[in-house]
Write a protein that binds this ligand. Structure first.
Ligand SMILES: [Zn+2]
Length: 270
């Protein structure tokens, strides 16, 4: 599933091809995504893309008239291709540009979406109640500490809650909790301020590292084959259950939390 780093890398990858370009045509081959692609998406035609932003895992293609809101769902990816490139089975939408290129949304499982809003995108129901971006100053240890007071939920669920902070997917929650030495099962309200400072730093670092590594694959972004912009990073705990902890050598344990794989070191994480 594309996580925040992959979406950010997608944003970086498509921006040079789209920014300042006008849209010639929107071709919707299959509107049946998670929510139907609205007919109003055709309002994009004739408009100039003046900004490509990201909020959580939503990409926002901004014009002076409205904003297209795009989500890659479970299996979506974006490619920039020359117009006339034949469409494959799961190529649901093309946004054709005046520069002879097109932005193609491919999504085999169709959990993604493409919506259109005339209002400021931040006010859209999908975006309005989201927590802060993890890589901004609005998110730090003090913020986590304040929000967690009185909360009995496990810390792992707490940091994966989009209302608290966006973009901390399962892999990144596992990795940042290991980095901060915090047990994923500990109650959020039972963790002190100093430990939250450490945890916020780890969350920022693990996401920034993933974006940095994804950036090295950008050259493949306009390729017509293969997965663009997705990458594997070196992981300390996720996917390593039963293997020795990289710090102390203790065998890493795995439990299920909310149905998601949770791997931790029983010695280093308290
Ligand atoms: Zn350890």
């Amino acid at each position: 599933m594309p996580e925040l780093p992959e979406v950010e890398v997608s944003r970086l990858g498509i921006t040079p091809h789209l920014l300042g370009e006008s849209v010639m045509r929107v071709v919707v081959r299959n509107p049946s995504l998670r929510w139907p692609v609205p007919a109003e998406i055709q309002e994009l035609a004739g408009l100039t893309i003046v900004g490509i932003r990201r909020r959580a895992k939503y990409l926002l293609l901004e014009t002076d008239w409205g904003t297209a809101i795009l989500h890659l769902g479970m299996s979506g990816n974006l490619k920039v291709l020359p117009q006339g490139t034949p469409a494959g089975k799961h190529d649901h939408v093309d946004i054709e540009l005046a520069n002879g290129k097109l932005l193609r949304l491919n999504d085999p499982r169709r959990f993604g979406c493409l919506l259109w809003t005339r209002a400021p995108a931040e006010q859209h129901p999908l975006l309005a109640r989201l927590g802060p971006e993890p890589l901004t100053e609005a998110f730090d240890g003090d913020y986590l500490y304040q929000r967690s007071r009185g909360r009995k939920t496990a810390i792992k669920q707490f940091i994966m809650d989009n209302h608290i902070v966006v973009g901390v997917g399962n892999i990144y929650a596992n990795e940042s909790l290991f980095g901060a030495g915090i047990s994923p099962k500990r109650e959020a309200g039972n963790i002190g301020r100093e430990r939250y400072l450490k945890l916020a730093g780890e969350i920022k670092a693990v996401l920034a590292r993933a974006i940095g590594q994804g950036g090295t694959t950008l050259k493949d972004f306009t390729g017509s084959d293969g997965k663009p912009g997705y990458f594997v990073q070196e992981l300390q705990v996720y996917g390593r259950a039963g293997q020795p902890c990289t710090r102390c050598g203790t065998l890493l344990r795995e439990v299920r939390m909310n149905g998601r794989s949770t791997v931790f070191c029983p010695l280093c994480q308290r």
